[in-house]
Design a binder for this molecule. Structure first.
Ligand SMILES: Cc1cc2nc3c(=O)[nH]c(=O)nc-3n(C[C@H](O)[C@H](O)[C@H](O)COP(=O)(O)O)c2cc1C
Length: 507
């Protein structure tokens, strides 16, 4: 080719590249293209020709990731408002042990026009909160970028659901869009602590008075790392994060493993009551990943002894996510959600406390059937962390702990965080939450239920072996109201006798 033609071709190529780069950097739909202009198209190209190529190049290790391809596809489609139907039937092995199914009826009912909600707030709460069936689970500003927090909260405001702040405190990014907040306090008491890290009642009362704060959640533990506190490495403690948390800039920020405000079950319940008073009567609950049954029963005894109860208990499963945790804690500590949830529900029933305490569930809640299963297992409402992250653009790169999140979701790097467009992603959050709850409501209607309170453990079955299945009622049983007080069944009696309001007995 003559030299002048080369020059023209090279110039045209460079101009085209510059145009694509400019377009990628300024468009608002795809965070990946804003972070990786030009190169990022490769991902979307592979998505077009999937499943084979995408699976090979991007998702080789998909089996090991929190959400499988099908779940991920459902989440993404819902964020985009696509209500995919599937041809040809299930690809799952419905005979396989562990396979679960919901029990439908010959007499389905019409789905209610508006999704049911649940009122959170026991007898001592003066400002009950009407909670959606699906909410944003705790994820701190610090673990997530400011733009991710803004998008989640704006989605929550538009969709009428709650957004849990996570233990990293209440920032202006949580408040900018006015979405309902559950303010979480962990062992670091961020945003409500003294110089030396103890709980500061005045600071707490000032912040809890914010009308956007609808509930307060006292975090005892988290499924991905029960028994240890969070650590935010020194370089991530920017001036802004230091201000929100009330800690020194540039110093490693550690949440201790245990609370300093109490040390016994009764002390914990008294602290909950104090937080409720300081907040002006708002619902105050606790969040935990269950360790042992005797500890849960000790909490129940403490509630009875003190004469008040948390307004809600959020049960997190050991399958839950985290921004950063030691692998062995993620893999080997804590009770899975099914077991923990059914235990907490049954214990509260048996101790005659279930009416006063609402139960939330977190742990891989991603699609409508997850919500229904958790409601059947004893939850009144659910919360989702990682599926909500995916709604704001997370691609499960699993780089949260490195500060190099390619989607701008779990990073404090301003260049990466700017790739997340708040307006676009907040709409996705809202669409995802709305259609997931709608699907849950539709599933319940097919089971003949319009009020979730009428779901029973007989409505979920599990393959327990070849050609054998049992209902959750048969597998786990459920205590009758007050049964522990009058006639504890043999398999509960020992733990109930050992449970104490004044200490946490060993399992
Ligand atoms: C990035 C990230 C940060 C989190 N931060 C907190 C936190 O600050 N406090 C907390 O109680 N749980 C935290 N969690 C746990 C979630 O709130 C939730 O309980 C758990 O991930 C289970 O939900 P999932 O399976 O939907 O992710 C975090 C989870 C993730 C993924």
């Amino acid at each position: 080719m003559p030299a002048h033609l080369w020059k023209i071709a090279t110039g045209a190529g460079a101009a085209a590249l510059a145009a694509v780069t400019a377009y990628d950097l300024t468009q608002r739909r795809h965070s990946i293209l804003r972070s990786y202009p030009v190169l990022g198209h490769m991902r979307y190209l592979l998505e077009e020709v999937r499943p084979e190529l995408q699976q090979y190049f991007i998702e080789r290790n998909w089996d090991g990731r929190p959400f499988d391809r099908d779940t991920r596809t459902v989440i993404y489609e819902r964020t985009k408002g696509i209500h995919g139907e599937q041809a040809f039937g299930t690809e799952r092995d419905v005979e396989e042990p562990g396979y679960e199914w919901l029990v439908q009826t010959i007499a389905p009912v019409p789905a209610p026009a508006a999704p049911p909600r649940v009122v959170v707030g026991g007898p001592d709460c003066r400002r009950p909160y009407s909670m959606s069936l699906l909410n944003v689970s705790a994820m701190s500003f610090g673990a997530l970028s400011a733009n991710a927090i803004r998008a989640l909260n704006r989605g929550a405001a538009a969709g009428g659901f709650a957004h849990d702040t996570g233990e990293g405190g209440l920032s202006e990014h949580h408040r900018e869009n006015g979405g309902d907040l559950i303010w979480e306090l962990g062992t670091g008491y961020f945003g409500a602590r003294t110089e030396t890290g103890e709980f500061d009642p005045e600071r707490f009362a000032r912040r809890a008075a914010d009308p956007q704060v609808k509930c307060v959640s006292l975090k005892l533990s988290q499924g991905a790392k029960p028994g240890i506190g969070g650590v935010l490495p020194a370089p991530k403690v920017t001036a802004e994060i230091a201000r929100v948390r009330g800690v020194p800039v540039g110093e490693k920020c550690v949440s201790p493993p245990a609370h300093s405000a109490f040390s016994t079950p009764a002390g914990l319940i008294r602290f909950v009551a104090r937080l409720r008073e300081l907040s002006g009567g708002k619902p105050v609950g606790i969040k935990l990943c269950v360790g042992s049954r005797v500890e849960v029963l000790s909490l129940c005894k403490a509630m009875r002894a003190v004469g008040t109860a948390p307004d809600f208990i959020i049960v997190d499963g050991s399958e839950g996510g985290t921004g950063a945790a030691p692998l062995e804690f993620e893999d080997t500590v804590g009770m899975p959600l099914t077991e923990g949830l059914m235990l907490v529900d049954s214990a509260l029933r048996g101790a005659g406390l279930r009416e006063a305490v609402k139960v939330g569930a977190a742990g891989k809640v991603a699609v409508g059937s997850d919500i229904v299963k958790r409601l059947i297992q004893g939850a009144d409402f659910t919360l989702s962390a990682r599926a909500m992250m995916m709604a704001v653009g997370c691609i499960q790169a699993q780089k949260c702990h490195t500060d190099r999140c390619p989607a701008g979701v779990a990073t404090q790097d301003p260049r990466r965080a700017r790739s997340l467009d708040v307006a676009d992603k907040s709409e996705r959050v809202q669409r995802y939450q709305r259609s997931t709850v709608a699907e849950a409501v539709r599933l319940m209607a097919s089971m003949g239920v319009s009020d979730p309170a009428r779901l029973t453990p007989e409505m979920l079955r599990r393959n327990t072996g070849p050609h054998r299945s049992s209902s959750y009622g048969e597998l786990y049983g459920r205590l009758a109201p007050g049964q522990l007080l009058t006639d504890p069944p043999a398999d509960w009696a020992h733990d109930w006798a050992r449970a104490s309001a004044e200490g946490f007995p060993q399992p």
